[in-house]
Design a protein around this ligand. Structure first.
Ligand code: FPP
Length: 346
């Protein structure tokens, strides 16, 4: 079923590019001011406690409604962040890694099942070798860190699964071994999945899945036309999550997809662009984007499934309702029989 125009225009893209540009400029000016105020207030312990309390409250409010099941990030702006902070490029990427992990904490808590992140495009091999090496080394350290957290019952990322997806024929044997090891360490995680796309592009993913499908048809003498979209999805790198990305976020102001999630973001996928550089992208900005997604998803579900009321309400609402019984819903009382075996005349 098609989304009605007035909902689509709000959900899919800003209807007026000029207005979108103005709002992006305004946001660009507001975020640094908010950031400065917050970092000044952070000097006070009490403020940090209050901030955590507020964050948990906001997460719980959002978790009461629909939340995206798969959120993906194009983590753009690490080098510009490093330049802005007068740091080496490597430090900018490290700061980006910290942002990703801290957002994973929040998203897991919110009930999001899967996060994917564009960590390294196949095109990124064209960068200076020192930067490629520094990035690869950093990935190795971060993957270990994530795997440790996923196995530590005291850590909020406990029971998470880590998958590193992409064209691994392009990376070293040593890196492939490392990937295999961390994936094995987190294989049992069933609460949350983090896909690190490295080295990855969407067209490579689709091309690879097509090759695998054709090979399978030839080897098993299958009829190619019998191949379903579901089977094709399974052959893509993101496997169970290849069919759909609910929310794709790109930071740093570029308004393009750069060969990422081309298959996954279809009609119901929402794409959001933020002017903020990735290492500066924090909880509150992410929260507003998910809130917006949740609001319009609720409207959409209400319009489409209005008749099936249970689907358009959040889980907690249904729980409350099911505890009430109407007398008419109860089964008829058994016929009363007296101890003498005679039927009750009434
Ligand atoms: C856990 C884990 C594996 C962490 C991932 C670390 C991370 C954030 C990687 C992103 C690397 C990357 C190429 C970012 C794009 O910004 P850019 O370098 O293109 O910056 P620019 O847009 O300012 O040029």
């Amino acid at each position: 079923m098609r989304v009605p125009g007035f909902v689509r225009s709000r959900i899919i893209a800003p209807s007026d590019p000029a207005a979108a540009e103005v709002s992006s400029k305004v946001l660009k000016q507001i975020y640094p001011i908010i950031d400065k105020i917050v970092s000044w207030l952070r000097a006070f312990q009490l403020f940090i406690k209050l901030q955590q309390l507020l964050q948990n409250l906001l997460i719980n409010i959002l978790a009461a409604g629909p939340v995206p099941q798969h959120i993906s990030f194009i983590m753009d702006g690490n080098r510009r962040f490093a330049k802005k902070m007068n740091m080496p490029v490597k430090r900018g990427h490290e700061a980006g890694g910290v942002t990703l992990l801290s957002l994973c904490y929040v998203l897991k808590k919110m009930g999001v099942r899967c996060v994917s992140a564009y960590a390294f495009s196949i095109e990124n091999f064209n960068r200076p070798p020192e930067e490629v090496n520094a990035l690869t080394n950093m990935f190795a350290v971060k993957l270990d860190e994530f795997a440790r957290k996923a196995n530590d019952y005291r850590d909020p990322l406990y029971q998470s699964r880590l998958k590193i997806v992409g064209d691994h024929s392009l990376i070293s044997e040593e890196m492939r071994e490392k990937i295999k090891r961390v994936e094995e360490m987190t294989n049992d995680g069933d609460e949350f999945t983090l896909f690190i796309c490295f080295p990855y592009t969407s067209r490579n993913d689709i091309w690879h899945a097509t090759q695998t499908s054709v090979e399978e048809c030839v080897q098993q003498s299958l009829e190619p036309r019998a191949l379903t979209v579901e089977e094709f999805n399974k052959k893509m790198y993101l496997n169970d999550y290849s069919h759909k990305c609910d929310l794709l976020i790109r930071t740093s102001g570029h308004l393009r997809l750069s060969d990422y999630m081309l298959w996954q973001v279809h009609e119901s996928g929402d794409i959001k662009f933020s002017p903020t550089l990735w290492p500066d992208f924090k909880f509150f900005q992410l929260y507003l984007m998910i809130l917006n997604w949740s609001f319009f998803t609720t409207i959409q579900r209400y319009i489409f499934h209005g008749s099936k009321k249970s689907q358009s309400k959040p889980a907690f609402w249904n729980r409350k309702k099911s505890s009430k019984y109407s007398l008419e819903d109860l089964p008829a009382a058994p016929v009363a029989v007296s101890i003498t075996g005679e039927r009750d005349p009434s």
